[in-house]
Design a protein around this ligand. Structure first.
Ligand SMILES: Cc1ncc(COP(=O)(O)O)c(C=O)c1O
Length: 425
């Protein structure tokens, strides 16, 4: 299969070493359908990373596309202060219906990183306005990834991405060892506003899965020490972990439910950028008062609650509900898991882990001694065979649309096996 190289050299791609662009040129995609991307020559590629984890339902779902088209003709955009619209109200209602009762309000923004920034600012301002202005720290987990803006980087642990910016990042006390959770929280609680976590799986930090019981313990300790809990479900939301949200597996009663949740990616079925930070009434109420009390949340983005994105989100949430996606995906998800369990046999892979529609392995990198980065070689070879995968360093993982068929699952595993056999053995 020949790849299709665009001539345009004026674009600076994200997370891409541009000096390698001639060696590893991007493919120009002209259309997409379901799990498949098509280039200008009509070569097709199975999107095993759901296009940076957003296309939960696959690409170009006709119901979402129709909703976007119809909305664009009615109301494209409106300032979301002084004005509101039914689309935003409907998204808020539908999303809150899916979340634990504790979460009662939504604040819109336009990507995952901004949803995280909103949660961090809300946490600090909440404590500032409830008599604890000394609570200015945000705790986080080792190996966390919460986005690329300054606050999000500060609470992330993926330091190799962020090394040059370290001097401008704020310090975030890290939970390094679950066995020492209580001691760590007690040590920092008096000055800590919140703890932010990716529940159950740290995705970009290396697909690290951890146990429900740690999050249950975290919830209890945080409640006791007046520390807010923020769940970043930007990657885990909308079916990825086998339930609608990872938090559904941890417990949604007031005992375990977080104080805030960040959502994006699958929120619009992977079509238009939008995000939400949902919070409890307790937090919301701390921001009420006369204007002169200066309790207003001074935060907003130009495209906040964009009506077209809201229409995409309503259509997405309707598909999840009407087509009972979470229940109906279980069979194929089990098949995906069965295939993943067997996959590493005779391949240079170790440390298998899986959760819902995620499976990952560490690659026993035979080329390390040759100082060659394996990830771009795997991606390039896979594209040759019609598969888009993008290992995270030496972590090989699958994160496909949750609507993948058994035939597509077979294709994904068989092609990856072929790729690994070709370049590693
Ligand atoms: C858990 C998590 N939080 C936040 C983000 C940042 O989202 P965005 O890339 O939309 O800014 C990501 C992106 O992958 C993520 O995985």
């Amino acid at each position: 299969m020949s790849t299709n190289t665009p001539k345009n050299t004026q674009i600076w791609l994200p997370f891409t070493q541009m000096s390698e662009i001639t060696k590893n040129p991007p493919i120009e995609i002209k259309k997409a359908k379901g799990a498949w991307l098509y280039d200008n020559n009509n070569n097709k590629y199975l999107d095993a990373v759901a296009s940076w984890w957003v296309s939960a339902l696959g690409h170009n779902n006709p119901k979402i596309a129709k909703a976007i088209g119809e909305q664009a003709k009615k109301l494209d955009q409106v300032i979301f202060a002084n004005c509101t619209h039914t689309g935003a109200q409907e998204v808020a209602k539908k999303v809150l219906n899916l979340l634990p009762n504790k979460l009662q309000k939504v604040f819109f923004s336009d990507n995952g990183s901004t949803a995280v920034e909103v949660s961090l600012k809300l946490a600090l301002q909440y404590h500032h306005q409830t008599g604890n202005p000394q609570k200015t720290k945000i705790m986080s987990l080792n190996d966390a990834y919460h986005g690329d803006t300054i606050g999000a980087m500060s609470v992330s642990g993926t330091e190799h991405f962020f090394a040059p910016y370290k001097p401008m990042l704020f310090k975030s006390p890290k939970i390094k060892n679950w066995n020492k959770l209580e001691q760590t929280i007690i040590k920092h609680a008096h000055k800590t506003a919140a703890i932010i976590v990716e529940p159950l799986i740290q995705a970009a930090g290396g697909m690290k899965i951890y146990h429900i019981k740690h999050l249950q313990q975290l919830a209890k300790l945080c409640k006791k020490h007046n520390v807010l809990v923020i769940y970043d479900e930007i990657a885990t939301g909308f079916g990825r972990t086998g339930t609608m949200f990872a938090m559904d597996q941890i417990g949604t009663s007031n005992l375990y439910a977080p104080d805030m949740v960040c959502l994006s990616k699958g929120l619009t079925g992977g079509t238009v950028a939008m995000s939400i930070t949902a919070c409890s009434n307790k937090i919301y109420k701390a921001f009420l008062g006369p204007y002169s009390a200066n309790k207003t949340f001074f935060h907003g983005h130009s495209y906040t609650a964009n009506p077209i994105a809201c229409a995409a989100s309503i259509a997405t949430l309707d598909i999840f509900a009407n087509q009972n996606i979470i229940k109906n995906m279980q069979k194929n998800m089990q098949y995906f898991n069965d295939c993943a369990q067997k996959f590493a046999k005779n391949l240079p892979l170790k440390n298998f882990r899986a959760l819902g529609w995620v499976a990952a392995w560490d690659i026993d990198d035979v080329r390390k001694s040759q100082k060659q980065r394996l990830s771009p070689i795997i991606t390039k070879t896979a594209l040759k065979y019609g598969l888009l995968i993008r290992p995270l360093g030496n972590v090989l993982y699958f994160w496909p649309p949750i609507t993948l068929t058994k035939t597509e699952i077979d294709f994904m595993f068989n092609t990856t096996k072929k790729v690994l056999n070709e370049i590693m053995i």
